[in-house]
Every structure is written in C-alpha cells, then in structure tokens.
Design a protein around this ligand. Structure first.
Ligand SMILES: Nc1nc2c(ncn2[C@@H]2O[C@H](COP(=O)(O)OP(=O)(O)OP(=O)(O)O)[C@@H](O)[C@H]2O)c(=O)[nH]1
Length: 302
C-alpha cells in the first residue's frame, strides 16, 4: 500500500486512475492543477506523484520544478504522464528530475508496475536516509553516555569559538573528571563504573542549557562548551553539577555508591586565538582542583 497523488486537469482521468489505484489498496489524493499539487502534496506526503504534463496554467514541467524546491516532497518520485511522448518531452521531464515517464493512453497494469518501481525507490531512499542518520549519530556520540564524542565536541566548539571571537561574545569551558574513579571499578566492578559515568552525563544534562555542548572526551573525563556564558556563569553551573553529583546515589546489582567530581572552568580571553587554548587552560584548572582537595571547582579568571 502506498500513498499516490494524481495531478490531472481532466477530472475523468483522475477518477479512472483513482478507482484502479484504490482497488489495488493504495491511498489516493489528487489535484486538478499544478498549483493545487504544490499546495496539497506537502500535506499528503505521497510516496509517488503521477503528474500530467499538459495542463492549463502551470504545466507539468513547471509543477515538477516547483516540487523539487519544496524540501518535504523534493525526493518523492514523480511519474510524468503525457500524450506528448516526443523525445524532447521525455528528455525535459527526466532531466528536471522526473523518476519516470509514461505516455497516454497507458495500459493500467504497466502504470501499476511503474508505480511499484517508484515506491520501491522511495522506500530504499528512506532506508538509506535512516541508516545515514544512525551512522551520523554513531560517529558523533559516545554510546555509553549518549554525549557527543571528542571529535564532534571539537567540531562544534571550534565553530562556537569563532562566532564568539567575531562578535566579541562570552564563551566558557568546563572540564570535569570523576574523583578516584579507579577505586569504583576496582571495588565494585566495571559495570558499576559504567553506571557512574552515565550518571555524570545525566547530571550534566540536567544542569546545562540547550545551547551548551556536552561531551565525554575519554575515560572519566567530560567537557562542556557554554556559548554566551561568562566565566562567572559557567562557574555557577559547574558548582551546581558538583553539588548535584555529590548527593547522587548510583545503584547497580544491589550495591550503591556515591562519588564526587573535580572541575576546571575558564572563559575566552583577549589573547585566545584557538579553542584548544581554552581546553588546555580548563585542563590545568581541573588538575589544580585534583591537587587542591578534589570535589571542588577551580576557575580562572576568577
Ligand atoms: N567503568 C569504566 N571505567 C573506565 C572507563 N574509561 C576509563 N575508565 C577507568 O577510569 C579510571 C581512571 O582512573 P585514574 O585516571 O587513575 O583516575 P582516578 O582514579 O579517577 O583518580 P583521580 O582522577 O586522580 O581522582 C581507570 O580505572 C579507567 O579504567 C569506562 O568506559 N568505563
């Protein structure tokens, strides 16, 4: 079963096709002009469009061109249907992006077979798009914590850094690392360690804004890039993350643990020419937090 949209200025042609297609189990909608097609097809979201070439007003070719400019229907296969089966017509239609061409009068089973072929194309396009989306997610996220991975974090943060520099806007970075994490793994097992990492990500997500970029940089180290945020604002947020995590209890397999975080916070400074400089500074501040007492936030400039 597919969703078929018929465009023809002759209502009897539409009716004939409609009954046949409905009999074959398809869901059908129609328009009697190119303009009607442009207005209705994006709502109906068809799998295939059967488009008459010769119509008064907007021709089939013009309608096809307009459809290709509408994102929600640009990839819907269009079968041009026309009494004019001159080579030029066929070439025009296919060059503009029609999937197929069938001349009138057509033999219905042939048209049906072409519709099936177009539906198969649409389905493979959709499967490919979904697979590409899954791949893009896999390539950009850490599977354990669902945070961005290191590579994607730097891609996004470099763009934010460039924007902040260009418009002289604030931008901050928080680096955070679980304290004595090795002991969690050693005493409670790797699975409990994994639960603890997931909790760090959840606590960060709870505390950050939609525009903030959260990533697991590796091991038990995370970073957050905060556009439009001063060092003071980011320090406030880091402190909220620290306190929330400190109170959290992570449970796994009948056991429960609590643990703490050390955090380093810095913001863009006049002399900074690359995002890496902020990361290095935040990393040094995180190191200071570790050597100071752990379970604390160290920020600069204060
Ligand atoms: N469970 C789990 N552990 C991990 C993962 N990645 C890294 N680790 C562990 O994280 C621990 C990090 O240990 P260290 O670098 O010594 O740091 P720490 O014990 O947190 O000590 P401080 O950072 O000094 O407070 C190591 O035992 C790693 O094996 C992971 O994906 N899952």
């Amino acid at each position: 079963m597919a969703r078929i949209f018929i465009v023809d200025d002759v209502e009897d042609n539409i009716k004939l096709l409609w009954y046949n297609l409905e009999d074959d189990g398809h869901e059908v909608a129609s328009a009697t002009s190119g303009q009607g097609c442009i207005e209705l097809a994006p709502d109906f979201l068809p799998d295939v469009i059967l488009l008459d070439m010769m119509m008064p007003g907007m021709s089939g070719i013009e309608t096809l061109q307009a459809l290709k400019a509408i994102p929600s229907v640009e990839n819907v296969p269009v079968i041009m249907v026309s009494a004019d089966d001159s080579d030029d017509s066929i070439i025009d239609a296919l060059d503009i992006g029609a999937h197929d061409f069938i001349s009138k009068p057509f033999i219905y089973p042939v048209l049906e077979a072409r519709v099936r072929s177009a539906v198969r194309l649409k389905q493979s396009q959709e499967e490919l798009a979904a697979a590409n989306e899954r791949l893009a997610t896999l390539a950009s996220t850490d599977s354990l914590t669902r945070c961005f991975n290191r590579r994607h974090f730097f891609e996004l943060s470099n763009v934010e850094f460039a924007k902040a520099k260009r418009h002289t806007r604030p931008l901050s970075v928080i680096m955070l690392d679980a304290d004595k994490f090795k002991a969690i793994n050693d005493n409670y097992g790797h699975a409990m360690g994994d639960e603890a990492l997931k909790r760090i990500a959840d606590v960060c997500r709870e505390c950050l804004r939609e525009t903030d970029i959260l990533a697991r940089l590796g091991g038990e180290e995370f970073a957050i890039c905060c556009p439009e945020t001063t060092c003071e604002g980011a320090t406030h947020m880091a402190e909220r993350i620290r306190q929330t995590l400190e109170k959290a209890v992570v449970e796994y397999d009948g056991q429960s643990i609590s643990f703490t975080l050390s955090l380093g916070v810095t913001a863009i400074e006049d002399g900074d020419s690359a995002f890496d400089q902020l990361i290095n500074r935040a990393d040094q501040l995180l190191y200071q937090a570790k050597t100071k007492s752990r379970n604390c936030v160290v920020s600069s400039p204060h």
